[in-house]
Design a protein around this ligand. Structure first.
Ligand code: NAG
Ligand code: NAG
Ligand code: NAG
Ligand code: NAG
Length: 496
């Protein structure tokens, strides 16, 4: 299979290459130079490969072959270099301008050259649907057979929180001897400290692609320069797949019960490629490259490109998973969170891409109209409002140069505090909204409102935790509330 696919990669190469990818930016940025399967084997070969990458880079930093041979541009080449990929496949990442990228694309052996695109995180939960119900006691014997301890799952994500009870290693046998991974400890003397155990058997982090693209954010601005998870996404996905059973979990009293992953005795290796604002291709590819040589059995990737997805040759997840699969590793990825027609991503046929339904539970919170009718919304806020409060549409509270329409989205600084103070405010949220639902609740609170009803036209049915009594409703109930307050000018009350 490997051979056929390799030649397929070659056929399409010039088609994908030179079109749109180089048109947008003439400034220097990070590019990934993908060179296919390449040679694999001894460390001598690897050494040769690294030298070849460097020579290619030196050549484009200078242009003339003569100068290249005299090493004049070696320094520049070294400065622009970011990663070499040499375990599971061949290639490298470097900071280049458009001309240099085009030149590299023309060199022999190069399959594709593409900008270091940013990818974003996905999430969901589904074991009940598969009959691996979490409610059925602890680690179900027939499901948590000793066999699981021989399965190593690599998570390409935001890292992991090693102290979480989901990742305790009690009762687990020693780490399989075939494991070749590492446990990077992170920076000394910082709260980044990271340790592995028999459950989390590997931890690595990849910062260079991110740091180069985000204009080298200061190290102190980067949370945990180690495999430690600062967002929770990676710990969440790892515990869904392989978390131990934990009793009495809840979120501020909501969703109480026990929880565990699908294969609670499987081993975990965390590859942290995702930082505050997302995950870059150069880092993702480095993680795939290491995971292949470390010896993982499964790679889990809960992140992906924006839809519609571009070509396979310009996407780190497609390329990385192709080589992982060629090495006998099953790559499981998420299809995306958007939930709209045509929005699925991670579509390469060599990955097992898992779709999710909308969430299978709701966190109801009710709005009581003054005429006694209750309208259901969703919220993770646990506030209660004991008295009725006058409710107005945010469009009636526009401030300064904002039109009523603009203010109806409760944008930062768009609200007139005098009109908002002490009221419940009705705000809108649409697909195009640049701010999040939670940030709208902060704007509303800051303007002095007592509560918020958010009409979400996307109807995602995802509950949020707001900073004030607040709830999300869909368009139909939202319009009902709007016309009710319009016709009666009476008050409503938020009940949780
Ligand atoms: C490591 O860092 C975490 C997070 O800051 C902290 O909770 C833990 O106590 C630290 N452990 C050690 C041994 O320093
Ligand atoms: C806010 O509303 C008050 C009362 O209607 C009005 O006097 C004031 O000029 C408004 N302020 C702004 C910034 O729009
Ligand atoms: C509110 O009432 C006014 C006047 O009766 C009407 O023009 C407007 O369309 C109504 N708005 C809503 C949201 O029902
Ligand atoms: C209260 O108002 C809502 C919205 O206009 C309406 O759907 C509902 O039937 C009313 N309930 C009563 C008891 O009048």
């Amino acid at each position: 299979m490997g051979r056929d696919r390799d030649s397929m990669f070659f056929l399409v190469l010039s088609l994908v290459l030179l079109g749109e990818f180089f048109s947008s930016c003439s400034c220097a940025q990070v590019y990934v130079v993908y060179m296919g399967k390449g040679l694999q084997g001894t460390s001598d070969d690897r050494h040769d490969m690294l030298r070849l990458h460097q020579q290619m880079l030196t050549a484009v930093h200078d242009g003339s072959l003569i100068n290249w041979m005299h090493g004049f541009s070696l320094e520049k080449a070294e400065a622009s270099y970011i990663y070499s990929y040499s375990n599971g496949f061949q290639g490298f990442a470097a900071k280049l301008n458009k001309q240099q990228a085009l030149k590299l694309a023309d060199m022999p052996g190069v399959i594709s050259v593409f900008p270091n695109a940013k990818r974003s995180l996905h999430t969901t939960h589904s074991w009940d649907f598969m009959g691996l119900s979490v409610d059925t006691a602890a680690e179900v014997p027939e499901l948590s057979s000793k066999n699981q301890e021989n399965v190593i799952i690599g998570f390409i994500d935001t890292g992991i929180w090693p102290e979480s009870p989901s990742f305790r290693d009690h009762g687990m046998s020693p780490v399989p001897t075939r494991w070749r991974g590492k446990c990077q400890r992170g920076e000394a003397n910082s709260p980044s400290n990271f340790t592995c155990n028999r459950k989390i058997i590997g931890g690595r982090y990849y910062l260079r692609g991110y740091q180069t693209e985000e204009n080298s954010p200061s190290k102190s601005a980067i949370k945990f320069i180690s495999p430690r998870d600062s967002s929770g996404h990676g710990s969440h996905t790892a515990s869904i797949a392989a978390g131990r059973f934990v009793r009495n979990m809840n979120y501020r009293g909501l969703g109480t019960g026990g929880g565990r992953g699908g294969a609670p005795m499987a081993r975990i290796a965390a590859y942290k490629t995702c930082w505050d604002s997302g995950c870059y291709d150069a880092d993702i590819l480095a993680a795939f490259d290491d995971a292949i040589s470390d010896g993982v059995d499964i790679i889990s990737v809960s992140l992906g490109p924006d839809y519609p997805q571009g070509g396979y040759f310009t996407d780190a997840i497609s390329i990385g998973s192709f080589h992982a699969t060629s090495n006998g590793i099953l790559v499981i990825s998420s299809a995306g969170n958007a939930g709209r027609q045509g929005s699925a991503t991670n579509l390469a046929p060599w990955m097992l891409t898992v779709a999710a339904g909308t969430t299978d539970r709701s966190f109801a919170s009710y709005i009581r109209l003054a005429n006694g009718t209750f309208i259901m919304g969703e919220s993770l806020s646990t506030y209660h409002m004991h008295t009725s409060v006058k409710t107005i549409s945010a469009s009636e509270a526009n401030a300064g140069y904002f039109t009523p329409y603009q203010s109806s989205f409760c944008l930062d600084s768009s609200l007139n505090r005098t009109k908002v103070r002490g009221k419940i405010l009705i705000c809108h949220h649409t697909k195009g909204s640049s701010d999040s639902r939670v940030s709208k609740s902060m704007v509303v609170k800051e303007a002095g409102a007592l509560g918020m009803i958010l009409i979400d036209e996307m109807e995602d049915h995802v509950a949020n935790h707001f900073t004030l009594p607040g709830t999300v409703v869909g368009k139909t109930p939202g319009d009902k509330i709007l016309s009710y307050i319009n016709s009666t000018r009476l008050s409503t009350k938020y009940c949780s």
